[in-house]
Each structure stands twice: as structure tokens, then as C-alpha cells.
Ligand binder design. Structure first.
Ligand code: SF4
Length: 485
């Protein structure tokens, strides 16, 4: 079958969509496009099964609608498959309707976290042929095409149309063996499109996922682990073999492992040993997402020795009540201790802070901001990103928000879930101040104490390059908040 897979044109006057591989959606003026691991895995798997697959990421390639339509007219794919998310779901519905008018025989399949929560909504409001639920849409799409060829009913987890009716269920399979997937075909999926992220020191760098998605998986606001349950990990040799392939074939010098949280314990020890035994620790740097409270000092040192460079941590709140309400499973003290241990091991600490909890007062939000600022200025953290809390449909937080009438607007105004404004009310403040705190976060990068701590931390040309490369991103964030309507 002739298949086009990737992302269709997705546009707004607010900026450029950060859609692929983003658990949270934003419009950015200075975007870096993350490599969309699972869609790329889907493209690779389908190609390995003999399909004629083309990768087309119109967002990363800046392809507008007229050019996209021209590509469809010329190439005439039999199937168009793409991921969607809450803030752009309505524009994707309109696009699908338009495409179906001009290309009625082209099958269209949608997948992603929003449609996993509400598959029938997309089937009713638009005209896709298939909506695929769950996070293993690479496996399920491949299975769906097999069932089409043999005339069988689509697999569980797929919604489809037959005889004018919508059929299907959400019983998607969550225990596929990730080791059975082929390594992602980086040429097919145009890896060079995704080479602009500012916080990588070495190039070329590659995204992989050693797991889907987070072994903790309980935080009430977190979209992928809550909507795609059942944490699974690839075996360490499988991960190391992929890294070896990326090193030999593409000269990889840095890896970002975008598992929601990297697996710890014996698996991590085996990974670190493997990175060292194979000599990868000398040739490349390894970065990942991590949880506070998950590792001790010895493990941070072990990771550093194995070539780990940057760890991304969620700093969801400096208020214990909030951490408990979110099911975060940590103490506030774990945050400071974790930053100190990671920095002591020589690792770079990247914090992602969240503002705007419905039960938090402005004082509570400022406590989180002050903790983040202190960690940055004292040199216990290196990078800071601030986001507004978004209750993605289908998460426990979204359900709680509905029950408590916390929404500031109609919960189905999905395009407003784009972090340009709070979605939920807060305990004692107007919504505008939540965005103000986010904007203020980026001013930390301009304070003399932070700049001095950065200067002191520069040990190499790579450190200097990393600091310089971050400047446009900080300026871009400041502009987005200062000039936000
Ligand atoms: S630890 Fe992080 S990735 Fe895991 S569920 Fe919580 S917020 Fe999500």
C-alpha cells in the first residue's frame, strides 16, 4: 500500500506548532522540532512489511496547505496517517473533511493522546476512516493494514466506519514487545529535520525511547503515561545495538532517551555498564528524563561515568500538598537533594516547572518560582522551562476539573489548551498572573547571580557553545510571554 505518514500542515498566527514527540503542546516563535519517535517507528514498521512509505512532516518542513495538496495530487497515497493533539484537533477535523472532499478514496488514520481519550468524538466530528487508540499505534497500524488485506475486522483499539455506522472499542493492547520493532529508519524519516534543538552540545544527536513511557505513571496531569498505561522497557542489548547503529551509520555523538522516565535499578546499571563496555561513553553523550527521589548519589556518579550528560526533571511544585494531590510520590526536599546530587556528579540539570494549580494560591505559586530561581542561581540547576498547567482531556486532572467546575471556559474549547492562557481557575488569583509568573521565570536567566553561576560552570568549548546556543530560546520565550495577548 502507498502510505504517507507524518504531520499535515498545522498552522496558527500564534507561531509554529510543537506537535511531534511533545507531551505538552505549545506554539513557539523559535521552535525546535523533536524527532517523533513512535510515528517514525510506525513508518519504519510499515516499510519493513513491504508498504511503500513516504515520511512527510509538514510542520518541520514548513509545507503549507497548497503545497501539501499538490503533493497529494501528485503522489496519490492510499493511506494518510498522522498524530494529533488537543489544541489542534479541531483544525485537523476541518482538514480531514477538506481532504476527503478532494481525495475520497484516500484512507485517513488519526492517532495520539486526545483521540485515545475520545475516539468517537473525532469519528463524529470529522471523516477519518480510522481512529487508533493507545500509544502503540505503530504496532496497531501495522496490524490494521494486515486485517484490511485479509478482510478481517480491525483490531481492538481501532474505531472505523462500516455500513454508515461507527464501530470499534478502546481495548487497545498495551503489552507489545518493543524489542520486536525494527530500529527506526532515520533516512526514511528525514532525521536531519530534527537537528536544531538548542540544548544539545554535540551533533548529530538522535532521539530514542528505551521505554514507553514512565515507570511511575501516576501523576494526575501527565498525558502519555495516564492515557497509554503499562510501562514497558526494551532490553538493554536492544537499546545498545540501536545506539551502535546510530554511531556507526550516522556518527551519532549525542542521544536523548525520551522515555517518560528512564528505568532505574538493575536495568540502568546494565545500561551504564554496556555504554562503558562498548566504549560509547567516550564517543557520545546520553541524556534522559528522570524523577526526583529515584536515584542516589552513587547512581548519578555511575551515569556520569557512562557518558550521561543532561537529566530533565519535573519541578511541579514546591508545595507538598500539591505534590501529594498530583500523586507525584516525592517530598519537596527530594527536589533540592536530587538537584544537588546530580550537579555534584557533574550532570546538567534541566527543570520543567508548572504553574496554575486550581487549589494553589499566588503565594504557593511564588514559592515554586522562588525554589526554581534559587536552584538556578545557586548553580544546583542549569536550565529552566516554565509551563502553565494543562488538564489534557482524559487525564484524572481533567476529570477532577470537570467535577469541580475549575474550567475558565468551555472545556471543549480545545484550541485554548495551548499554554497561552490558563485553562483552570486558581485559588485566589486572576488567570493573568499565572502567565505572568511563567514569563517571569525566564527573567531568571538574566539575573547577575545566574549569569555568574553559568560563567563559573564553563569548563570547555562545549559548555560555552551550549550557553550561547540557549540565548535565542530564552529571548523567544520572553517574547512569547511579554507580547502574549
Ligand atoms: S514522573 Fe513525570 S513522566 Fe512520570 S507520570 Fe509523573 S510527570 Fe509523568
Amino acid at each position: 500500500m502507498k502510505i504517507l505518514i507524518g504531520y499535515p500542515p498545522t498552522v496558527s498566527s500564534k507561531g509554529i506548532a510543537t506537535l511531534g514527540q511533545n507531551r505538552q503542546f505549545q506554539w513557539f516563535s523559535n521552535p525546535s522540532f523533536l524527532f517523533p519517535v513512535v510515528p517514525a517507528s510506525a513508518a519504519t514498521l510499515l516499510k519493513s512489511q513491504g508498504h511503500d512509505v513516504t515520511w512527510l512532516d509538514c510542520v518541520a518542513e514548513r509545507i503549507q496547505l497548497p503545497a501539501f495538496l499538490e503533493i497529494l495530487r501528485k503522489t496519490r497515497p492510499e493511506l494518510l496517517a498522522f498524530e494529533t493533539k488537543t489544541p489542534v484537533i479541531k483544525q485537523h477535523w476541518r482538514l480531514i473533511n477538506q481532504l476527503k472532499d478532494e481525495f475520497p478514496d484516500m484512507l485517513i488514520a488519526l492517532y495520539g493522546d486526545h483521540v485515545t481519550s475520545f475516539p468517537e468524538e473525532s469519528m463524529r466530528n470529522s471523516t477519518p476512516d480510522y481512529v487508533i487508540c493507545g500509544g502503540d499505534y505503530d504496532f496497531v497500524l501495522a496490524r490494521l493494514l494486515e486485517t484490511r488485506q485479509t478482510g478481517q475486522t480491525p483490531p481492538d483499539g481501532v474505531f472505523y466506519r462500516r455500513d454508515g455506522h461507527i464501530h470499534g472499542n478502546r481495548n487497545f493492547c498495551t503489552n507489545h514487545d518493543l524489542d520486536t520493532l525494527p530500529f527506526i529508519d532515520r533516512d526514511l524519516t528525514k532525521w536531519r529535520l530534527y537537528e536544531r534543538e538548542y540544548n544539545f552540545v554535540r551533533h548529530p544527536y538522535f532521539y530514542i525511547m528505551s521505554s514507553r513511557d514512565c515507570w511511575w505513571g501516576k501523576c494526575k496531569f501527565c498525558s502519555w503515561p495516564r492515557m497509554y498505561p503499562n510501562f514497558r522497557t526494551r532490553s538493554v542489548p536492544h537499546v545498545l545495538d540501536e545506539i551502535g547503529m546510530l554511531t556507526e551509520r550516522y556518527g551519532a555523538r549525542e542521544i536523548f532517551d525520551d522515555a517518560g522516565t528512564l528505568r532505574t535499578g538493575a536495568w540502568l546499571k546494565e545500561l551504564c555498564l554496556g555504554l562503558t563496555d562498548r566504549g560509547y561513553h567516550r564517543r557520545l553523550r546520553y541524556s534522559c528524563n528522570m524523577r526526583f527521589g529515584a536515584l542516589g548519589q552513587d547512581e548519578y556518579h555511575m551515569m556520569k561515568q557512562a557518558g550521561f550528560r543532561l537529566l530533565k526533571f519535573g519541578l511541579e511544585s514546591a508545595n507538598q500538598n500539591t505534590l501529594d494531590r498530583l500523586d507525584k510520590g516525592i517530598r519537596v526536599e527530594d527536589i533540592t537533594r536530587g538537584c544537588a546530587m546530580a550537579r555534584a556528579a557533574g550532570l546538567t540539570v534541566h527543570l520543567t516547572m508548572i504553574i496554575g494549580y486550581p487549589w494553589e494560591t499566588m503565594q504557593d505559586a511564588l514559592r515554586t518560582f522562588n525554589l526554581a530561581r534559587e536552584l538556578m542561581q545557586s548553580g544546583k540547576a542549569d536550565l529552566l522551562q516554565a509551563t502553565v498547567l494543562i488538564p489534557y482531556p482524559g487525564t484524572p486532572l481533567w476529570e477532577e476539573a470537570r467535577q469541580n467546575a475549575w474550567f475558565l471556559f468551555d472545556p471543549e474549547d480545545y484550541e485554548r489548551y495551548d499554554m497561552r492562557e490558563p485553562v483552570l481557575s486558581t485559588a485566589d488569583s486572576d488567570a493573568r498572573r499565572v502567565a505572568d509568573i511563567c514569563g517571569r521565570t525566564y527573567t531568571v536567566f538574566l539575573t547577575p547571580r545566574y549569569l555568574w553561576s553559568r560563567l563559573k560552570s564553563i569548563r570547555s568549548l562545549e559548555d560555552l557553545q551550549l550557553n550561547l546556543r540557549g540565548i535565542p530560546a530564552v529571548v523567544g520565550h520572553l517574547r512569547e510571554y511579554i507580547f502574549a495577548p
